[in-house]
Write a protein that binds this ligand. Structure first.
Ligand SMILES: [Fe+2]
Ligand SMILES: [Fe+2]
Length: 169
């Protein structure tokens, strides 16, 4: 496989390690310090899932040998999204919050193992180098756009708009 084709998996693995690091930080944080790393984790996971669901999994789903693994992976994404919504509705300081977070943490780590040990190695039999190179390029673009949009609409964007109103009421 061409060197560049590997780049797609390297990008995804880098995201995985970053999410795991954030989850570790959240687990170790005191109750009143969970919110900020959790918002970052939420944003990172949403961007990562979107990239995989838009550029990667639709290419694999029609392949008979990959179908069951992909369906399983998509279910795991959905479970994680549901747990994140639950965490957003639950008070950060509550005992329940940590219980739900532990389920998310365990589910995400298991999902990363499935992807890295089964899906990534197996799918290279079916995808062309060019497919992987295109996916890497599209993923980088998509992530930049998503993060820029979140920065505009998220708390940083709100602070910027507030400052703009103070200058030009
Ligand atoms: Fe992933
Ligand atoms: Fe995934």
């Amino acid at each position: 496989m061409a060197q560049q084709a590997h780049q797609f998996f390297e990008l995804l693995k880098k995201d995985h390690r970053r999410a795991e690091q954030l989850m570790q930080q959240i687990s170790a944080a005191s109750r009143d310090q969970r919110q900020q790393p959790f918002s970052t984790l939420h944003m990172e996971l949403a961007a990562h899932f979107q990239i995989e669901e838009k550029f990667f999994y639709p290419k694999l789903l029609p392949i008979e040998d990959m179908k069951a693994l992909v369906e399983d992976a998509l279910d795991e994404h959905q479970t994680a999204k549901d747990l994140i919504s639950q965490l957003e509705r639950t008070g950060f300081a509550s005992e329940e919050w940590l219980e739900i977070f532990e389920k998310l943490d365990e589910g995400i780590r298991h999902h990363h193992e499935d992807e890295e040990q089964e899906i990534f190695p197996r799918c290279t039999q079916f995808l062309k180098d060019q497919d992987l190179t295109d996916m890497a390029r599209k993923s980088v673009q998509e992530k930049e756009q998503l993060l820029a949009r979140t920065a505009r609409t998220g708390s940083a964007g709100m602070a910027q708009r507030k400052r703009a109103r103070e200058i030009h009421p």
